[in-house]
Design a protein around this ligand. Structure first.
Ligand code: NAD
Ligand code: MN
Length: 499
């Protein structure tokens, strides 16, 4: 029977899908002002998915004007909270109703396994939009403590026009982490998806409009970073710029803000997260299984990937045998097959970059103990075998640079102090995991590690209820939770004399 658990079901659906690659501005599909398009192919088999609008400065200018006008009219920004909530709930309902289509678009566009797209990406997006919607009519402003004849009001206002520039690894989820709180707080949004994965962003905006988000409040401008991305980042009438992507571009966006209007810049950038396994971990089998999924899940294209596995030297041999066995369960396959757990790398360029890091790891003396090659899975597709390097020291290139692929660097340590020193010897500070049964050690390590998320005795926990973001060069500000709302609002102090 053809259903979601069936390869043929998804192949047939993929064959008839006709993705829309147009921009979405003021509640309507449109071509780029200059008429340009670029061809978007799938990394699964290089099939053509769509001709996508290649927006630039002219689109940025026109769309910022639209977004500003709707903000000034108050169609969304001044709508009663309960009404905004109802519209966003309807938006979430439409995402749910289109879950298969959205998952399929994500799978074809960036190559992730269809099963993950359905369960993780669609569900994560849904949960984010629902959570933000639900929060809208539960946020109160503040009154300052004042003498009897004065009132000090502390209120939050929408920041204004928000530009959101997002990456290709979790296209829909990363977009939702920005648009959820941005829309909930009444802003107008211009979303710039990655040129490598523009399709779900466009579809989300269509659904938002269908749900009743007023025209001009949620716009999507597909195109390249150096064209439309840069134009938005330099724009004099964009109030806030939010970003997820590489540290290199995050830094560039801060320069653009300084060169233009001092727009607020909030970035979620790279990571090189340490996954630290002590000999006294309560369950070394669970730790080994998690170590494998922390680098194989989503083909390692995860900002919080556990790309540095730090293992206490006394258990290294037995523990690594377990890790290698688990890595063996992660096998590249056709992403449209619901049984596949390792999909395609997003494109040929990224695949070659990852293969280059693998060569570098070998050249610097790493011991390759799993994978290490391109995998031949589907003709004209881009796949890489999950790869493990042992005998790595933390100063090697593959221990320092974000690879964004399924390449694990294994480093041994001798004691707690050594583990902490190695963990923090990185420009990044996004996440860390600590495996130990010793309560004191767990807390000492959790405090000592300079990272925005710390997981104890598991990897990659959290929910919409907890803030997410980085220390150091992993970025600033936080996505998720009520803390995310800070990025999309300005605080105003209104002091009133009563006599
Ligand atoms: P990137 O940082 O170059 O791109 C992210 C987004 O920024 C995209 O939408 C892109 O179009 C846009 N952009 C690029 N240049 C810009 C500019 N000058 N002005 C405005 N916007 C611009 O990431 P990438 O090229 O897609 O991937 C490169 C590397 O970045 C990866 O190998 C990986 O290491 C890292 N990366 C990290 C994350 C993360 O979540 N931490 C996500 C994606 C990529
Ligand atoms: Mn780039």
């Amino acid at each position: 029977m053809a259903d979601v658990h069936n390869f043929e079901y998804w192949q047939a659906k993929a064959a008839e899908l006709q993705p829309n690659g147009q921009a979405w501005v003021n509640g309507k599909s449109c071509a780029a002002v200059n008429g340009d398009t670029f061809a978007k192919h799938s990394p699964i088999d290089s099939r053509l998915l769509a001709h996508v609008a290649s927006c630039d400065q002219a689109d940025a200018d026109a769309t910022v004007r639209v977004a500003r006008a709707v903000l000034d009219r108050g169609d969304w920004s001044r709508k009663a909270p309960a009404q905004r909530k109802r519209v966003m709930q309807a938006f979430a309902d439409l995402i749910e109703a289109h879950r298969e289509e959205l998952a399929l678009l994500e799978c074809l566009d960036m190559g992730k396994p269809i099963a993950d797209a359905l369960t993780v990406d669609v569900n994560g997006t849904l949960r984010c939009i629902r959570w933000c919607a639900e929060a809208i009519d539960k946020i109160y402003d503040e009154l300052a403590p004042t003498p009897d004849n004065e009132i000090g009001m502390i209120t939050r206002e929408p920041s204004g026009v928000v530009a959101a520039i997002v990456p290709w690894n979790f296209p829909m989820t990363m977009a939702s982490w920005k648009i959820g709180p941005a829309l909930a707080t009444g802003n107008s949004v211009i979303l710039k998806p990655s040129e490598k994965s523009p399709l779900t962003a466009i579809r989300l905006a269509q659904l938002a409009t269908e749900a009743g988000i007023p025209d001009g409040v949620f716009n999507v401008l597909p195109g390249f970073g150096h064209t439309v991305g840069k134009a938005l980042a330099l724009h004099m009438d964009v109030d806030t710029l939010v970003f997820t992507g590489s540290t290199k571009i995050a830094k560039q966006l801060m320069v653009y803000a300084g060169e233009s209007n001092m727009k607020r810049v909030w970035t979620e950038a790279g990571g090189k997260s340490p996954n630290i396994v002590f000999a006294d971990a309560p369950d070394l089998d669970a730790a080994a299984e998690a170590a494998a999924s922390a680098i194989c899940y989503n083909m390692g294209e995860v900002c919080t990937a556990g790309s540095r596995l730090l293992v206490e030297a006394s258990i290294a041999d037995t523990f690594m045998a377990k890790v290698r066995a688990h890595v063996g369960n992660w096998r590249p396959g056709n992403p449209l097959d619901p049984n596949t757990n390792v999909g395609a790398i997003v494109d040929e360029q990224q695949m070659n970059q990852v293969l280059g890091f693998i060569e570098k790891g070998k050249a610097e003396g790493g011991r390759l103990t799993a994978g290490g090659k391109r995998a031949e899975v589907v003709k004209d597709g881009f796949f890489i075998e999950p790869t493990v390097f042992e005998g790595i020291t933390n100063d090697m290139t593959i221990a320092q640079e974000e690879i964004f692929g399924p390449v694990l660097s294994v480093i041994t340590f001798k004691d707690e102090a050594d583990a902490l020193r190695i963990a923090n010897d990185t420009i990044y500070g996004l996440a860390a995991a600590i495996w130990t049964g010793n309560l004191g050690k767990a807390h000492r390590m959790a405090k000592g590690v300079r990272a925005g998320s710390v997981w104890v005795n598991h990897y990659d926990g959290g929910d919409m209820t907890a803030p997410f973001g980085g220390f150091k060069q992993s970025g600033n500000g936080r996505d998720k939770s009520m803390h995310a709302f800070d990025k999309y609002t300005e605080l105003k102090a209104t002091w009133i004399k009563l006599d």
